[in-house]
Design a protein around this ligand. Structure first.
Ligand SMILES: Cc1cc2nc3c(=O)[nH]c(=O)nc-3n(C[C@H](O)[C@H](O)[C@H](O)COP(=O)(O)OP(=O)(O)OC[C@H]3O[C@@H](n4cnc5c(N)ncnc54)[C@H](O)[C@@H]3O)c2cc1C
Length: 207
């Protein structure tokens, strides 16, 4: 395993290694089927620059990586024996750039998304499990009970902020890097970079 010292210096307590008391809970996925996979470290990223530092580390050391949002992957794709890039702390929810949109941090869980948007009388079509992460769900499509009326979760994405493998932060939408934007709407998580935030078209909640 590559030397984690430089990454530890950059991330401090946000880099969790097996000797940390928080390691068992930080390593845990929703499905205990993957309890046998022991990451060398879990980076609890709080900012885009944390994500960039992690990608620089895996790029220069050849360490395997797995991005994680809510940890509900049925295939265990958000864990690895290498470095887990956990965007959980990046969970802020607020207005998007255009009217009628919301910007949602990549680590937000559905329960927080629904609660925060409901406070302004809006919502997005998404899934029914409160602890599922918005990012894994939206990047893979996203099916929910209001889908017949409002479509898939990925249909409501208007922009994606993503750090590419080279470490560049790109905000893609239908006009900027449209192919990358297209790939993020149903292409599945973990394939095109590490997403740091998503922007969605919101709908007014019905009484
Ligand atoms: C109990 C349960 C209920 C569910 N209910 C629904 C439902 O109602 N509707 C529905 O459509 N689906 C549902 N799902 C499926 C769920 O949407 C997928 O499993 C989804 O991938 C989980 O997303 P996550 O962020 O929680 O998982 P994670 O395990 O964190 O991630 C899933 C995938 O996305 C990648 N990924 C995570 N974060 C990032 C990131 N920041 N950048 C790039 N890639 C990333 C991971 O590497 C992994 O490949 C359910 C799953 C479970 C276990």
């Amino acid at each position: 395993m590559a030397d984690l010292a430089a990454l530890k210096r950059a991330l401090g307590d946000r880099l969790i290694v097996p000797s940390n008391p928080q390691y068992p809970s930080a390593a845990q996925l929703f499905d205990p089927r993957f309890d046998g996979v022991h990451p060398a470290a879990i980076a609890r990223c709080a900012s885009t620059s944390d994500v960039q530092r992690c990608l620089e580390f895996v790029r220069t050391t050849g360490t395997p990586l797995a991005p994680r949002s809510g940890g509900h992957s049925y295939g265990g794709y958000s864990t690895t024996s290498g470095l887990v890039i956990d965007v959980g702390p990046m969970n802020a929810i607020g207005p998007g750039k255009s009217p009628g949109t919301a910007r949602i941090g990549a680590g937000a869980r559905l329960t927080d998304v629904y609660a925060e948007l409901a406070a302004s009388g809006t919502s997005i079509p998404a899934g029914s499990c409160p602890t599922v992460g918005i990012t894994g769900l939206a990047l893979g499509g996203g099916i929910g009970v209001v889908g017949r009326k409002y479509g898939l979760t990925c249909d409501a994405i208007t922009a994606v902020e993503v750090v590419t493998a080279g470490g560049e932060l790109v905000r893609c939408d239908e006009n900027t890097e449209p192919d990358l934007f297209w790939a993020h709407r149903g292409g599945g998580g973990g394939n095109f970079g590490v997403v740091t935030a998503l922007e969605f078209r919101t709908t007014r909640r019905e009484a």
